[in-house]
Design a binder for this molecule. Sequence first.
Ligand code: KG4
Ligand code: ZN
Length: 351
Amino acid sequence: MADVVLGIETSCDETSAAVLVGDRRRPELAGLVILSQDVHKVFGGVVPELASRAHLGALPAVVERALAEAGVAWSAVDAVAVTQGPGLVGALLVGVVYAKALAYAGDRKLIGVHHMEGHLFAPALEDPDLAPPFVALLVSGGHTLLLDVPAWGRYRLLGATRDDAAGEAFDKVASLLELGYPGGPAIERLAAQGDPERFAFPRPMRDDGYEFSFSGLKTAVLRAVRASDDIARDRPHVARSFQDAVLDVLVTKLERAVRATGYRTAVLGGGVACNRTLVELAARRLAGNARVAVASPRLNTDNAAMIARAGWHRLALGERSDWTLDARADLPLPGLEPADNPQSAIHKQSR
Ligand code: KG4
Ligand code: ZN
């Protein structure tokens, strides 16, 4: 009988469940439901208490829908994979407790998954031949990680952010420009109409190493917004120059990592990898050296399919979580090997 894995993701503001079905090496995505919590739009950011309550209310129905979409009965599910961390601890707890209860009551296998390992596995859902070695740039609302991945499950941290994550910078600049939350998609849309020459923003740490820093860039945008005598006119130009600066820094470091490792593949993942301009820029700048592997936007934003896929990999290796599995806001990435650069560290484990 084919393996069936149910995935559950509740680390932030999407309530998601997915069903993977298939043989050991090439699981197929049979069902995926992503319910975005609109309530946070009113507050301009995620309110943790409201996120937990919304997960609690929606999760049973979201799981049912994913199973129905897949045409799979609960009795056919072999294992439950759930995001253990990092993320908002109350939000994570809802998914972890629900997954544990399901697995315990049904005597099924359970596996806790690291949210960023989920993002790393997302492209493999659509590209089953994707295999290490590769470099990976994972860019979300809480993390900016540049990894050397010699094998699935083995991660060497090349660089991380010293302050804001890339997605966080998009969200904060969007808020300065009064574009609402989440900011990434709004900035990308507006930037398409902007003139890249009207504003010049710094490209922090572009020319050295693998680490990132985005808070100075955010401050530069704040100054430009305050100095503008017509923000309605300048908004698209600010969005354009801000996005150009962030993407240039991200892709420059990705390019550096590809050169240093000699790998022929670069993986992009996380919510910021929904940005088409980022994907196109990376593909253009790496052409001839490496191909860019990236999932479609639905699988780059937070979703349970990527969690099920990463869980699938660990289950196939014989790994299991026991009933003591607990949500952890600051869960370290499993398989992280000591970096050569002692200054490298994951500074942003949670928002
Ligand atoms: O991975 P994700 O869905 O959630 C976290 O794990 O944080 O990433 C969300 C982040 C947000 O900061 C959002 O603004 C950003 O991804 N994002 C984008 C785009 N779409 C989402 N950033 C830039 N351009 C986009 N098109
Ligand atoms: Zn995420």
